[in-house]
Design a protein around this ligand. Structure first.
Ligand code: NAD
Length: 262
């Protein structure tokens, strides 16, 4: 105890019940952080917090919709009461919807922006004052390579992720004098339910069986010819959250198996 890179740090992670968020919660807990697992889905978030506690970490789950101001206020109040003021905020909650722009449901477009962009603004504005007062803090926004380059069919997701990188840069500049760092982590294709849920659609679109979509459609898009494991993204997030990354701020850092090098 005491050698972990995030020892004693309180980390609030949205969308922590699944995929990348769950991997970040597990990795941060192993590094000594105290975890607030926030997610729309209460049951898997509570199961994750229970798993982390059984392994000796401090962890709580809070059911919350990341797109709602009142829910974020409740998450931060619960975090502070149970574990202390947040040292690390990870805005990870997200969802996907694929449609051509002219067919994109207006309400769905708004919902995606609300979760992935408004949500990050709503949480950030709550943690920054105490981080400024303590002159330390880490904000990690899980963006995407979709925040850097366009993908057909993903108007809302791309707009939200591009906006999230813009928000990251502004908050990084505003907080740089206070020892706070703010970065956008931009993964490529990661093997999570968010990607797996698109396999059926891609299978009928390409006319190939669902179990071959990853090997034949997605992996070949990536120079490393594979999907990333969520733990690889979590390791990068753990570095950004650590003291060693104190000079890295306002950046969109990419982990994508070489995708955007093409
Ligand atoms: P996932 O579907 O496995 O997990 C997303 C989690 O977010 C779920 O537990 C879900 O319940 C939660 N969530 C959704 N809407 C929410 C809301 N309104 N409030 C609170 N929680 C909500 O997806 P994932 O692949 O782990 O994605 C996590 C993040 O990583 C997302 O922001 C996504 O855009 C980003 N990302 C994923 C990939 C990828 O290839 N999987 C690539 C780049 C970026």
């Amino acid at each position: 105890m005491g050698n972990e890179t995030l020892y004693g740090k309180v980390a609030v992670i949205s969308g922590a019940a699944s995929g990348i968020g769950a991997a970040i919660a597990r990795t941060f807990a192993r590094e000594g952080a105290r975890i607030v697992a926030a997610d729309l889905r209460e049951e898997p978030a509570a199961a994750l917090a229970g798993e982390l506690r059984r392994e000796g970490a401090d962890a709580i789950a809070v059911a919350a919709d990341a797109s709602l101001q009142a829910d974020w206020e409740r998450v931060m109040a619960r975090a502070e009461a149970a574990l202390g003021p947040p040292d690390i905020l990870v805005n990870n909650a997200g969802r996907q919807h694929v449609a051509q722009v002219e067919d994109f449901p207006v309400e769905t477009f708004r919902e995606l922006l609300d979760v992935m962009l408004m949500g990050a603004f709503l949480s950030t504005r709550l943690v920054v004052p105490a981080m400024k007062a303590r002159r330390s803090g880490r904000i990690i926004n899980i963006a995407s390579i979709n925040g850097l380059v366009g993908f057909p069919g993903k108007a809302a997701y791309n707009a939200a992720k591009h906006g999230l990188i813009g928000l990251t840069r502004v908050v990084a500049l505003e907080t740089a004098p206070y020892g706070i760092t703010v970065n956008a982590l931009c993964p490529g294709y990661v093997d999570t339910p968010l990607v797996r849920n698109q396999l059926a659609e891609l299978s009928s679109l390409r006319g190939i069986p669902e179990d071959r979509v990853i090997a034949e459609v997605i992996a070949p898009l990536v120079p490393q010819n594979r999907l990333l494991d969520p733990s690889e993204v979590a390791d990068y997030a753990a570095f950004l959250a650590s003291e060693r990354a104190k000079g890295v701020t306002g950046q969109a850092v990419v982990i994508d198996g070489g995708y955007t090098a093409q």
